[in-house]
Design a protein around this ligand. Structure first.
Ligand code: HEM
Length: 534
């Protein structure tokens, strides 16, 4: 069998490379009959990946058969162990190096494989990216769903945001859609991100998660978070597993056509399983009964042939429309409500295959919103700009400088560039020049449009941090007004349960004042529930 996630385009070129510089005239070896194939070893290991243990026999890491995995060499049956005990030494040495650093955020997660299928011509109408080109076109996808604040072993039913990340291996390179289950985020100034995350993580002294004072200390001092606060403290904050939630790109991107015309773009993924949330009490019970509920639910659904899917939508805005839109389109705390900017169906992602090996296919996968094929592009959205750096940097730290050579991250189309060497360079691009040689000239894409100066900036660099204002309360009020009575009751009681555990009265009061600014009744209800006088 072939590789599961190979780099097929590389192999024909690299497999043919002979080490010796054959020169037929000089009577040397014939280059067309390679003597050494650098991929013979990896191919051999790949060919047995689905073999049962009973078909194989135990070997040391170098492939040497060895009679007993438990055996060590020692002096007599009671004497000291010997350094020649390679079987013991390599098992211990490998064991203590088994972990790669867990993700600083989104550590706990589950993943699966499937495909993206184009269902309309909407994508092609707005973008030249080949992935949207034809109705019915399918692109291989790996998805990963996650919680944010908890560690790798934490319960996945807890109140938190969820990540929905999709890696599309398009014919023109990787496209990573790195979404959340909310259309907005807690902040719009990227330098706040580490502060915010730290405040939601374990207390540096007590190691408690969450630390209720820290959790609300940050939020009560950064009012632009209020819409995300209300969404997360409603039952939307406790989704039922990973299959029943929607996902949004949050950030604003651009979709570009061959002629250079472009629109601003937000992308979303609506669950075809229907949105389903837990109440606070159900989430606490579920987290206590099974810390891996979401992981198990996803795996078992796919195993049973009950393939989950998400319909993908575009929301687009012309540059002209963006100028007069009621919110700054680069403010990550604001969403484009579908009644203002309609949802247009583009395609569907369906997950049909569980990982064979969680570590190789889910833990080592790395998503990065900077990974986009031609026809999709970034905007000056400041949190997007920060993300364009942070994710690639996270991969370089977590799985190394050659993380894209890992089978799960490897593009399905040829990669040819001048990035070379570094730890674990599995594919070092053979003998092709490691600089832009004019003798062995690397071809260049002919981009049909010129994207220079799509925006003209006036003025110089400024040091900037945004100031919360009245407009930050617009969406929270729409949200509150749109809630059913039951959802309002749950929102209020969830907040009372959560904020009530913050012992600092000034923090509780400050946060209640923010709720009261959204809606007086709402603020008073919470205040009453936690013994605060407004
Ligand atoms: C300033 C804002 C943000 C910064 C600096 C940031 C940074 C990061 C970093 C460093 C990671 C860990 C990557 C890794 O170790 O592999 C991560 C993971 C993630 N982020 Fe963000 N993030 C931000 C906002 C957002 C937003 C707005 C979204 C979506 C709308 C998002 C979705 C995700 C998801 C889904 C993951 C997990 C990916 C996976 O499953 O591996 N983040 N983020």
């Amino acid at each position: 069998m072939g590789r599961h996630f190979s780099c097929p385009a590389f192999l024909p070129q690299l497999r043919g490379i002979a080490l010796a510089s054959a020169n037929a005239a000089a009577g040397k070896r014939d280059d067309s009959q390679p003597y050494f194939n650098i991929y013979q070893g990896p191919d051999e290991q790949d060919s047995i990946i689905n073999d049962a243990s009973t078909q194989l026999e135990y070997t040391l890491s170098g492939g040497q058969p060895y009679p007993n995995p438990y055996m060590s060499d020692r002096l007599g049956t009671t004497g000291p162990l010997l350094l020649q005990s390679t079987n013991l030494i390599e098992q211990l040495a490998h064991f203590v190096r088994e972990r790669v650093p867990e993700r600083t955020v989104h550590a706990k997660g589950a993943g699966a494989h499937g495909y993206f299928e184009v269902t309309t011509d909407v994508g092609a109408n707005y973008s030249m990216a080949d992935v949207f080109s034809t109705i019915g076109k399918r692109t291989p996808v790996t998805a990963r769903f996650s919680t944010i604040a908890g560690n790798l072993g934490n319960a996945d039913s807890v109140r938190d945001l969820r990540g929905l990340a999709f890696k599309l291996r398009t014919d023109e390179g990787i496209l990573d859609w790195v979404f959340l289950n909310h259309p907005v985020f807690w902040l719009r100034d990227p330098a706040k991100f580490p502060h915010f995350i730290h405040s939601q993580k374990r207390n540096p002294q007590t190691n408690l998660l969450p630390d209720y004072n820290n959790f609300w200390d940050y939020l009560s001092a950064n009012n632009e978070s209020i819409y995300q606060v209300m969404r997360t403290l409603s039952d939307l904050g406790t989704p039922y597993g990973f299959r029943h939630m929607n996902g949004w790109s949050g950030n604003t991107f651009r979709a570009i056509k061959e002629d250079g015309s472009w629109v601003y773009l937000k992308i979303s993924a609506y669950t075809d399983q229907g949105v389903k949330n837990n109440t606070n009490a159900e989430a606490i019970l579920q987290a206590g009964q099974n810390a891996d509920f979401g992981v198990q639910d996803l795996f078992e659904a796919i195993e049973a042939g009950n393939y989950p899917s998400w319909t993908i939508y575009f929301q687009v805005m012309t540059p002209k429309e963006a100028e007069t839109f009621k919110y700054n389109i680069f403010d990550l705390t604001k969403e484009w409500l579908p009644e203002d900017v309609p949802l247009q169906e583009v395609g569907r992602i369906t997950l049909v295959q569980n990982p064979l090996n969680h570590f190789s296919e889910v833990e080592q996968i790395g998503f990065d919103p900077a990974q986009m094929p031609n026809g999709l592009a970034a905007t000056e959205d400041p949190t997007l700009q920060a993300r364009l750096f942070a994710y690639g940097d996270a991969q370089r730290y977590r799985t190394g400088v050659n993380h894209k050579q890992l089978p799960i991250n490897c593009p399905f189309n040829p990669v040819a560039n001048f990035l070379r060497d570094g730890a674990m360079s599995f594919n070092n691009q053979g003998k092709r020049p490691n600089f832009w040689s004019q003798q062995d000239l690397l071809g260049l894409e002919v981009r049909p449009y010129n994207d220079d100066n799509h925006t003209i900036w006036v003025g110089g660099a400024v040091a900037y941090v945004s100031t919360p204002s009245e407009i930050d309360f617009d969406l929270p009020r729409i949200f509150w007004n749109g809630l059913s009575e039951r959802d309002r009751d749950n929102l209020v009681s969830n907040i009372i349960w959560h904020l009530g555990q913050a012992s600092d009265t000034s923090i509780r009061t400050k946060q209640c004042q923010i709720f009261a600014h959204v809606n007086e009744t709402f603020g008073q209800l919470v205040a009453k529930g936690i013994n605060v006088t407004l």
